[in-house]
Each structure stands twice: as structure tokens, then as C-alpha cells.
Design a protein around this ligand. Structure first.
Ligand code: ADP
Length: 660
């Protein structure tokens, strides 16, 4: 029990201060972190909401601009229709890619495209006797004679249409008569005369282009130069939307025919638009007053001009592309991209920041704003988040600092309580033994009937020895207690090493000069003075000498040497005693540490002597070390700064209290 109290090795770990520290630090830290994260999330959401509101307004502006752009397009169609023919407008709009097709009812009566003007259908075939006779001959199979009659009619007629129709009939009869060259001449040469450009047949079809197709069919051989020239002429005519206007159905028919006749099947940049318009016209929809509306055809939108006379037709994909181009030309907030989505298209919710479905005129279309990166949200949020973050970090640092401070205070308190307990236990035990032996000696003396002077002297000497040990013990306890409570003060002054050594050897007592013990004292000459409390330094040397005495065998050879080292004075106490192992050497300066407690008990130690030595030496700015080997003796060396080496801090007053 005593040993456990005396030795620090007997104490187990104390987990509860650590647990307390963990609870005091971790719980609030987790709380602060949670609060920080929640605050950061909230801030991000708030910033997001603010941006959504701002961007929604932007997007509404985008929608208005799109609507305005569509309105302007529609209005422009009207003004262009006033300046140009419908067919020319059709070709211009389609070729520029402004729309996929166009329906135009011109400002001038009869000017329509691609609807076929009804006026032309009213043409009548000539019914005079000459024409009737020629027609009869053709019906009877007299193709050559009929051809001659038609040729004559053509030559004599002053009416271009009648002449052209007669030439067409002549070519037909010559072809049927097997006179291919004559037929070709009529078709390629006679009918190519400019006066026949506007001549149309009974269905309103222009005769000249149809004649070219007939010529091609007669030539047959695509390698023929005449075939190539005729094909080129027809192709150019079909791509020409100038006056006289080729009726759309005839144009589409001729385009397709030419494509089948020519080996390379030429493409026409307006054919698709012609087909689209034809399909739209076939629906015969009543005009709608709305600017942009879905037509009766799947995926076809119609943009109607304010007058209702021009309708631009857009496929949904085409309209989408055009709207995207318009969007691209708009000024938008940095790092954002506006998108327009076709009706029914699903936006990617991860990429889209703000979106809404538009109303008139883009009914059903969805406008969306996409952030190229989350940079804007992050940039705005990160400023506020930084404030939260730093506040949180500061709070955590404060919590940790406060917890450490509390832990240190608790640890100090625990240490002092433990020390008190150890001291009480040790003091009571160590005092009891010498007091008991003194009482025994005195009782023995007092109990005898006669006082034997020799025995009395012997007993009194023993009592005196016990008394001095007791004083030494009490002195050590008191010093240690003062050190631990930081109440030890040193009265420093410049002293010589000699005086300290002499005072210590004098206080060591006569036992060092008794038989079986040799104390060798060597003081190097001219040692520098030291700045120290002489009494404290005597205590240091006395403790070391006392240990050397206690832990040496019967033949004790002890040496005390004082020597000079650069800037220092060294005091070394060497003995030939039991020595120390390396593990013991590392621990001997700890308080209450004793290598062999039985031996220590026998030699009346309490494990405080070397702790006191170290405390005093350190307080004087010096150091203490031990070199030793088991059974080969030990040397304890104390080094103190020399007074003239300037090692003493100038602000340290001689009365300064020593820190623990
Ligand atoms: P104590 O009062 O027990 O001597 P100290 O603090 O002076 O306490 O010494 C601590 C322990 O160091 C001693 O118990 C002893 O085991 C060991 N010790 C001290 N000085 C010597 C020495 N000169 N030779 C061998 N062991 C020593």
C-alpha cells in the first residue's frame, strides 16, 4: 500500500478528463459545423432564389424580344409583297432561309403564288374554222397535213397565245407523223421566241417550258448536245420566279420530270418549299388572325402577316432553328445561355436554371435559361458563405482554446490534490519511523533503575542521529511542498564555488570522515563566481552527497569536484555505489521515484531528493545530469552559469519567486 502511494508507477490512466474534453469540444464543434453547413445551404438557396427571380425577368424580356422579332418579320412580309411579285417573294424568302415556304396573295389582283390564279383558267381554245379543220385532220390521223395547217395558223396569227398553241399542236402532229426533227425545230426554236414567253395553254400552263420538256422527251439521248442545252434552258426557267410566273403545279411537275429525265437528277432549292405550300394549300384552311399558329399539318407553323395576305410557313424544326438564331443575337447575362424548346420537348432539369412555357405568339414553346457553370450562384453565395465559415472556424477555435484552458486547470487541480495525498501518506509514514525509534530509546533509558552514563550517551547519540534525519526529511518535504506551490523564493547573490562546496561538506557531518568512508574534495583554482542562493546550492550538493553515501557499500569512496567549463561552473559528485541502469537513470529525477524501495526505505529516503535538486538547478538556469552503470558507481553533475557569463536574466530579481 505504501509503495503504491509512493510510486507514480502505481497510478492508472484517468480517462474521464479526456472524455470531458471530448464532450466539451466535440459536441459544440459538431453543433457549430451543423449550423455552418445549414447556414451555407440556406445561403446558397437564397442566392439561387434571388437569381431565379432576376433571370425570370430576363427571360420574360427575351420572350418579348422574340415576339417582337416575329411581328417585325410578319410586317416585313407585307411591305415586301407590296414591292415585288408573289413568286419572287416566295423564292427570296425560301432561298434566304427566312421560312420553309410561303403563301402569298399579292397586292395586285391576280398576283398569287403558289396558288394557281383562277383568271388563267378562263382561257378558251380557239374555235375558228381553220383550227377546227386542222384538229379534225389530226383526229383522222393525217398528222402531216394537220401539222401544215397548224403551222399556217401559227404564222398567220397575230395573237401570241393562239400562235403558240398552234406551234405546240404542229409539233405534236409532226411527232406523231414520225417527223422528229420538224417537231424539235418547232419546240426548241420556234417556241423559244420571246413573244411566246407568256403564252399559256387551256389549263393556264406556260407553253414554252412544256415545249422544252417535250423536246427533251423526243431527243431521249442525254449525251446529245441538243438534249444538254434544252435541259439547261428548262432548268434555268424552272428556277426563275420572274415574270411571267410559271404556275406552281406546272413548275413542280416539270421539276420532277426533269429530275427523272436527267441522269444526275438535279436538285431544286425551292422544290421542297413548293411541295410544302402545295400540301398546306390542299388543306384549304381559313386564314387565322393570330400571328403565329400551328397549321393543320403536323409540325407546320404559319406566321401570318398583319394584312393576312402573306403566310410564312415554318416546319417546327426550322422555326426552332430560326428562333435559336434570333436568341443568339440577343444580349444575355454573362455565363448564361437562353434556350427555346419545341412544344412537348423535355428540358434537362439539371442543366436548366429557369424556364417557363410561353404564351402568345409562341404558344406551347418553352423558354429556358441555362447557367453555363454554377459560377454565378457560387460567386454570389461564396461571399456570404465565407462569413459563416470564418465565424464557425473562430467559434471552433474559441471552443478548443476554452476546453484546453479548462482541461489544464482541471489537470493542475488534480495534480495538486494527488500531490497533497502523496505527501500526507509519505510524511506520516516517514515521520513515524524515526519518532518511534526515538521514543523506544528514551523509554529504555527512563525505565532503567540507574542511569548508565555510557549507555545514556550512546542512546542520546542515536537519538541525535534520528533527529537530524528527521530534520532533513522535514526540510525536504517542506522545500518540495514550497516548490510545488510555487512559493519558494531564492535569495541570489554572487558566491564562489569554494564557499558552496565548503558549506556543503561541513553540513554533511562526520559520517563522511568515519571509517569505511572517504570523501575526496577537489576545487579547481580560480573558478568563476556563480549567481545563486547559497543555501539552495548547499541543499543541492548535500542531497547528492547524501545519496552517494546512502547508495554505496561498506567501502564508500566519494568525490566532490568543482571545475570550470566555458561560461559555466560544474559540480560533480561521484561514488562507487550500486549505480543505475539506463532506464533508472531516465527516471531518478521524477518525484517519489525510488529504484529499490526496500533499499530506499532502509536508507530513509522518500524519493524527493533528486526532484528537489533538479528543481533548484533549473531555477538557477543550470542543468543536472547523471552518468552511471549498475554496480560501477554514479556521477551526478550540476552545471550552473558563471556569474560573469551574463547568463542570468537581468530582470530576475534576487527575491524572485520560482516558477514550477
Ligand atoms: P531518496 O530520498 O529515495 O534517496 P532521491 O530522489 O534522492 O530519493 O533518489 C531517487 C532514487 O534514485 C533513490 O531512491 C535511488 O534509488 C536512486 N539514487 C539516487 N542517488 C543514487 C546514487 N548515487 N547511486 C545509486 N542510486 C541512486
Amino acid at each position: 500500500m505504501l509503495h503504491r502511494l509512493r510510486s507514480p508507477r502505481g497510478r492508472g490512466p484517468r480517462p474521464w478528463p479526456l472524455l470531458l474534453l471530448l464532450v466539451v469540444v466535440i459536441v459544440p464543434t459538431v453543433g457549430v459545423l451543423w449550423f455552418m453547413l445549414a447556414a451555407m445551404d440556406n445561403e446558397r438557396m437564397a442566392v439561387r432564389q434571388r437569381l431565379i427571380a432576376a433571370y425570370r425577368t430576363q427571360l420574360a424580356g427575351v420572350k418579348s424580344q422574340l415576339a417582337a422579332s416575329l411581328q417585325q418579320q410578319a410586317a416585313t412580309l407585307d411591305s415586301r409583297a407590296a414591292d415585288t411579285s408573289c413568286a419572287a417573294l416566295f423564292a427570296a424568302v425560301v432561298r434566304s432561309g427566312e421560312a420553309d415556304s410561303l403563301i402569298c396573295i399579292g397586292m395586285v389582283p391576280g398576283d398569287e403564288y403558289p396558288r394557281h390564279p383562277t383568271a388563267r383558267r378562263s382561257s378558251r381554245d380557239p374555235q375558228d374554222s381553220e383550227w377546227v379543220a386542222a384538229t379534225r385532220l389530226e383526229r383522222k390521223g393525217s398528222f402531216s397535213r394537220a401539222a401544215e395547217d397548224f403551222s399556217r395558223i401559227a404564222r398567220q396569227s397575230s395573237d401570241d397565245t393562239r400562235a403558240a398553241r398552234a406551234l405546240q399542236a404542229q409539233a405534236r402532229c409532226l411527232s406523231r407523223a414520225g417527223r422528229r426533227d420538224g417537231a424539235l425545230r418547232a419546240l426548241r426554236e420556234d417556241l423559244s421566241h420571246p413573244r411566246y414567253r407568256a403564252a399559256a395553254d387551256l389549263q393556264g400552263r406556260l407553253i414554252a417550258p412544256s415545249a422544252l420538256l417535250l423536246a427533251l422527251q423526243l431527243i431521249e439521248d442525254p449525251e446529245d448536245e441538243a438534249f444538254r442545252l434544252t435541259a439547261t434552258a428548262l432548268r434555268e426557267r424552272l428556277s426563275d420566279y420572274g415574270e411571267p410566273t410559271l404556275p406552281a403545279p406546272q413548275r413542280r411537275f416539270l421539276m420532277r420530270e426533269l429530275q427523272t429525265l436527267l441522269p444526275d437528277a438535279p436538285s431544286f432549292d425551292t422544290l421542297e418549299a413548293e411541295d410544302l405550300a402545295a400540301r398546306f394549300l390542299a388543306l384549304e384552311e381559313t386564314p387565322t388572325p393570330s400571328l403565329l399558329t400551328r397549321s393543320g399539318l403536323d409540325d407546320l407553323w404559319q406566321l401570318t402577316s398583319p394584312s393576312g395576305k402573306v403566310i410564312a410557313l415554318h416546319t417546327e424544326a426550322g422555326l426552332h432553328e430560326r428562333l435559336v438564331q434570333t436568341l443568339a443575337a440577343m444580349a444575355l447575362p454573362a455565363d448564361t445561355t437562353a434556350e427555346i424548346l419545341q412544344p412537348g420537348a423535355d428540358p434537362d432539369p439539371a442543366a436548366i436554371f429557369v424556364s417557363f412555357t410561353a404564351r402568345e405568339p409562341l404558344t406551347g414553346w418553352r423558354l429556358a435559361l441555362r447557367l453555363d457553370e454554377q459560377t454565378e450562384v457560387d460567386a454570389v453565395a461564396s461571399r456570404q458563405i465565407a462569413v459563416y465559415l470564418w465565424t464557425g472556424v473562430l467559434m471552433i477555435v474559441l471552443i478548443v482554446a476554452a476546453a484546453l484552458w479548462v482541461a489544464r486547470a482541471i489537470e493542475r487541480q488534480l495534480r495538486s490534490t494527488r500531490l497533497k495525498n502523496d505527501l500526507v501518506a509519505n510524511v506520516s509514514h516517514e515521520l513515524k519511523t524515526p519518532l518511534a525509534s526515538m521514543r523506544l530509546l528514551l523509554d529504555t533509558l527512563l525505565e532503567g533503575p540507574v542511569l548508565d552514563v555510557r549507555l545514556a550517551r550512546e542512546y542520546l547519540e542515536l537519538i541525535s542521529q534520528e533527529n537530524s534525519r528527521l530534520s532533513h526529511l522535514v526540510e525536504n518535504f517542506l522545500s518540495f511542498s514550497r516548490f510545488e506551490r510555487n512559493q519558494q523564493t531564492f535569495e541570489r547573490q554572487e558566491v564562489t564555488a569554494d564557499s558552496v562546496v565548503h558549506a556543503a561538506t561541513a553540513a554533511a557531518g562526520e559520517r563522511f570522515s568515519a571509517p569505511g568512508c572517504r570523501l575526496d574534495v577537489q576545487i579547481a583554482p580560480g573558478l568563476p563566481r556563480i549567481y545563486a542562493d547559497p543555501d539552495a546550492m548547499v541543499t543541492v550538493l548535500l542531497n547528492l552527497l547524501d545519496n552517494a553515501y546512502k547508495y554505496s557499500g561498506d567501502d564508500k569512496r566519494i568525490a566532490l569536484r568543482a571545475s570550470a567549463e566555458p561560461g559555466q561552473v560544474s559540480f560533480a559528485v561521484r561514488d562507487n555505489g550500486i549505480g543505475l541502469s539506463s532506464r533508472e537513470r531516465a527516471k531518478v529525477f521524477e518525484r517519489f521515484y525510488q529504484v529499490d524501495q526496500d533499499l530506499a526505505h532502509h536508507s530513509r529516503g522518500c524519493g524527493l531528493g533528486l526532484a528537489i535538486v533538479r528543481f533548484i538547478v533549473r531555477a538557477h538556469g543550470g542543468s543536472v545530469e547523471v552518468t552511471s552503470r549498475p554496480r560501477e558507481g554514479s556521477t551526478f553533475t550540476v552545471k550552473l552559469p558563471a556569474a560573469d557569463a551574463g547568463c542570468v536574466a537581468p530582470d530576475q530579481s534576487p527575491q524572485e519567486a520560482v516558477a514550477g
